[in-house]
Write a protein that binds this ligand. Structure first.
Ligand code: GMT
Length: 379
């Protein structure tokens, strides 16, 4: 198949899923064309089946807001026409689904029928999408998509609850490339972070409010009273400096390292003992799955799709959003006993295997084929 992929080319979860999916499809022999405003962060491998088409938004003094969606739609028209794509797959509804719809309409005037699949990732539904600013366009473009997928059952339900959707939504959960994430921990790296055998806690995110990163620091400040530990804060965003200040206020700044954005996340996770994800809202929690694939148990909130991934009492613990005390107690419970910690680690890896790329990739391939067939039959 020839597949066009549209996504945010950043370290955000939807961009990571889209890029890893594209790379895996290319490995399976499909031709994959990324259409984005920058080279996607994880599109690092060269493959004869991978192509990248940049969307450049030309500016003009009249535009306070350069019309990215129109530039994207125009680029999609060109790429579909000249590369003869079979299907478009857009990740994150806003504004990708409406741009794909516009491109589809324009392509019809050239006699080209291109189906498009929209994958809903999270805040495109739960936060931004349901806001009245975007709701009518999001509703329309989901209903006009030739296929719609959501990354968890919970997100699927939210979509039906928040919008007037007639289209069928298929759940295809996020996935992990276990080969990439099963690294042998590097002892020297672990020693550099925790020279006296301290336990290593880790958090990775884009440090937006929805991630409740201050809770991570507060949980750690409780844990470190009972268990010698270090905390690695990976990623960057608006909440980072507030977290750094909080760490100083709580007297734990020396035990925390803010590492900023990192490419080789698997190297950091593979030396870690416990992952913290106290998010306000999380449709799936890809970062937690990456941790589990590296044998790291997870203390998370019980919001959104997290209970579909993290099994309470088995792969970690789930607590109410904002329950810092409960999360700290759960963390201490796991970390205080090495045998217990090892059991949770094994369980985390076993659970991650359910989401192995090899299991999930065929679901996308079959779905594309169904959508293409349906679209041809409807002609
Ligand atoms: O919604 C966001 O925060 C952005 C989005 C992204 O593009 O980074 O993250 C969402 O998609 C990820 C991949 O499917 C999920 O693992 C995240 O749980 C989800 N984030 C939220 O729901 C907050």
């Amino acid at each position: 198949m020839k597949i066009g992929i549209v996504c945010y080319p950043t370290f955000g979860g939807s961009g990571v899923v889209a890029t890893e999916l594209g790379k895996a499809l290319a490995d399976r022999g499909h031709q994959v064309h990324f259409v984005t405003y920058n080279q996607p962060a994880r599109l690092d491998l060269f493959s004869e089946n991978l192509f990248y088409h940049e969307v450049s938004v030309s500016n003009y003094p009249l535009f306070d807001f350069p019309p990215y969606e129109l530039a994207l739609a125009s680029r999609l028209v060109d790429v579909v026409r000249f590369e003869k794509l079979d299907v478009l797959h857009v990740h994150y509804a806003i504004p990708h689904a409406s741009a794909a719809f516009m491109a589809k309409q324009i392509l019809a005037t050239y006699g080209i029928d291109i189906p498009f699949v929209t994958t809903l990732h999270g805040t495109d539904i739960t936060l931004v999408g349901k806001d009245r600013t975007y709701n009518p366009v999001v509703t329309f473009s989901i209903n006009k998509s030739d296929g719609v997928t959501a990354v968890s059952e919970h997100l699927r339900k939210d979509t039906y609850d928040f919008f007037d959707i007639q289209n069928e939504i298929k759940v295809i959960p996020n996935f992990i490339d276990l080969n990439r994430f099963s690294l042998k921990p590097k002892d020297h790296f672990r020693k550099a972070i925790a020279p006296n055998g301290e336990k290593i806690l880790v958090h990775t995110s884009n440090f937006r409010k929805v991630k409740r990163t201050e809770d991570v620091v507060k949980i750690f400040a409780e844990v470190v009273k009972e268990v010698p530990a270090r905390l690695l804060m990976v990623g960057d965003g608006g909440e980072r400096s507030g977290c750094e200040q909080l760490a100083r206020d709580l007297g734990v700044a020396d035990q925390i390292r803010f590492l900023g954005k990192q490419d080789a996340i698997e190297e950091i996770l593979s030396v870690s003992d416990l992952f913290l994800m106290p998010s306000q809202s999380e449709s799936f929690g890809l970062a937690a799955l990456e941790a589990m694939a590296c044998k790291v148990p997870v203390i998370s909130s019980n919001t959104g799709g997290l209970p579909e991934l993290n099994v309470d009492g088995e792969t970690g613990f789930l607590k109410d959003v904002g329950d810092v005390k409960g999360m700290a107690e759960a963390a201490i419970h796991i970390l205080q006993d090495d045998d217990r910690l090892n059991t949770f680690k094994e369980n985390a890896l076993a659970r991650a295997k359910v989401f192995d790329l090899q299991n999930i990739l065929p679901e996308y391939e079959n779905y594309y084929m169904q959508v293409i067939e349906r679209s041809k039959a409807g002609k």
